[in-house]
Design a binder for this molecule. Structure first.
Ligand SMILES: [Zn+2]
Length: 453
């Protein structure tokens, strides 16, 4: 199967990893990967399908490095709209205790649909709520992604430290540790695909220092090393978390992670709002990556993460929208804009550029997922994960004539016109091509009214 993206404004990374804007270029695709990007069409390339990208920006599919896909079930939940992290969690655990397989699949599909329409092609997901009375399994998310055609890093999450043991979540939503370890092994054995261009990988994602035990943290790390899968967790999201860790463990969250061997190029930490300069240096030295979630940090009043300092130290930073209960949106291009705006609030107008925003939304995410060779760029051998935006719209009027990259990041973020994942068109003319979205939306609103208010 050969596919041609014809005559687009291609924005991609050079071999020196600087942004390149290539006017009137063509992207040649064969099956699931890119063959070439060229200003002239080779006579021997006969496409089976052609997408006309005239007046369009063609960019690498965006990568979301932190999400809890099921949380669209509790998006905008009224009692916690104005709560900070720990109060917000305490208000939500009880409602999340009502989830089942079908609800998680539907909630996950809603989140993924929103991301695909924004131009995101790969998502990380930390699914960590397994209520004792529920039939829910990791498959709910994995099935949902396969039906939509989204590339997924499915995180087998976990919580084991219930309130009776000094943790934050109620005992009804935490699991016994042997059951968690057994299910992690089952999910890896059943679904993890280590091959290049894999559509499903399984990573291990225990939730946070305040909801799992130190023993489970260490055991999960050893399990991940044994199976060569990635590790991801929340670290230093708020000052409350720093205080909790200092009181309970006598350590700041970052030191607690180091003690559990949760550092290295196969490890990423979400948030990292409250890190000091020594901890930032540790991230860079150990190649431990960060998933930066600006909207969530703003909504919960968690603070401004030191992203400029992280980038200056050469740490790997990816972008995340976080769960829909703490963002209320899953528009990854809009999140890149948010990242730029938030850093500029703290560090000034010249501190964070449109190139920086695109970098964390593409290359940074690919590096965090240990998939730099295949994701995050449009170059020979890249996966055919591509987002195409119409530049001839009201959102971009005037701006796209100045600077298409500037328009994408600085103007109001639009839906993508076309999105390809692994060479397959999953968004066509701004609509999902794989499922009937309106039916999902109606089902979602009915379910939330019935069960999740
Ligand atoms: Zn999170």
């Amino acid at each position: 199967m050969k596919l041609l993206i014809k005559n687009g404004h291609v924005i991609r990374w050079s071999t020196q990893q600087r942004v390149e804007q290539l006017e009137n270029h063509h992207v040649l695709i064969e099956d699931n990967h890119v063959l070439n990007v060229t200003p002239t069409l080779p006579a021997d390339f006969q496409p089976d399908e052609t997408i006309d990208a005239t007046n369009c920006a063609v960019i690498p599919g965006l990568i979301n490095t932190h999400h809890h896909l099921y949380q669209s079930l509790t998006r905008c939940l009224k009692p916690v709209q104005n709560a900070k992290l720990f109060d917000w969690l305490l208000g939500l655990y009880e409602v999340w205790g009502r989830i089942d397989y079908e609800a998680v699949k539907l909630g996950s599909q809603i989140s993924m649909a929103e991301m695909l329409l924004s131009g995101c092609t790969t998502t990380n997901d930390m699914f960590y709520v397994y209520p004792r009375e529920s039939d829910v399994k990791a498959e709910a998310v994995i099935e949902g992604a396969a039906e939509l055609g989204m590339r997924l890093h499915a995180g087998r999450g976990s919580m084991s430290l219930g309130r009776s043991q000094g943790g934050l979540p109620p005992d009804s939503v935490v699991q016994d540790e042997p059951a968690i370890v057994k299910d992690c092994e089952r999910v890896i054995a059943t679904f993890h695909d280590a091959k290049p261009y894999a559509m499903t990988r399984v990573d291990l994602m225990p939730c946070s220092p305040f909801s799992i035990t130190f023993d489970l943290l260490k055991e999960t790390r050893a399990l991940a090393k044994q199976h060569q899968v990635l590790c991801h967790t929340h670290v230093a999201e708020t000052e409350d978390e720093n205080k909790f860790c200092l009181e309970k463990f006598g350590k700041r969250p970052a030191d607690y992670m180091v003690a559990a061997n949760w550092i290295g190029p196969d490890v990423s930490w979400a948030h990292c709002v409250c890190l000091n300069s020594e901890e930032i240096k540790l991230l860079a030295d150990t190649k431990t990556a960060v998933a930066h979630c600006p909207s969530s940090n703003m909504l919960l009043g968690s603070g401004i993460p030191p992203v400029c300092e992280m980038l200056k130290a050469n740490a790997t930073v990816g972008l995340g929208v976080d769960g829909s209960s703490s963002n209320n949106g899953a528009h990854v291009l809009a999140e890149a804009r948010q990242a730029l705006l938030l850093q500029r609030v703290k560090n000034g107008a010249d501190s964070f550029t449109t190139e920086d925003a695109l970098r964390i939304a593409t290359l940074g995410g690919a590096r965090l997922l240990n998939r730099e060779r295949e994701l995050g760029n449009i170059a020979p051998g890249s996966a055919a994960d591509i987002a195409i935006y119409d530049l001839n719209t009201i959102e971009f009027a005037g701006a796209s004539a100045q600077d298409p990259l500037g328009a994408l990041i600085l103007c109001h973020s639009p839906r993508a016109k076309f999105v390809l994942v692994n060479g397959k068109l999953v968004v066509k003319y701004g609509q999902l091509a794989t499922v009937y979205l309106q039916a999902l939306v109606t089902k979602m609103n009915d379910l939330v009214k019935k069960k999740f208010r």
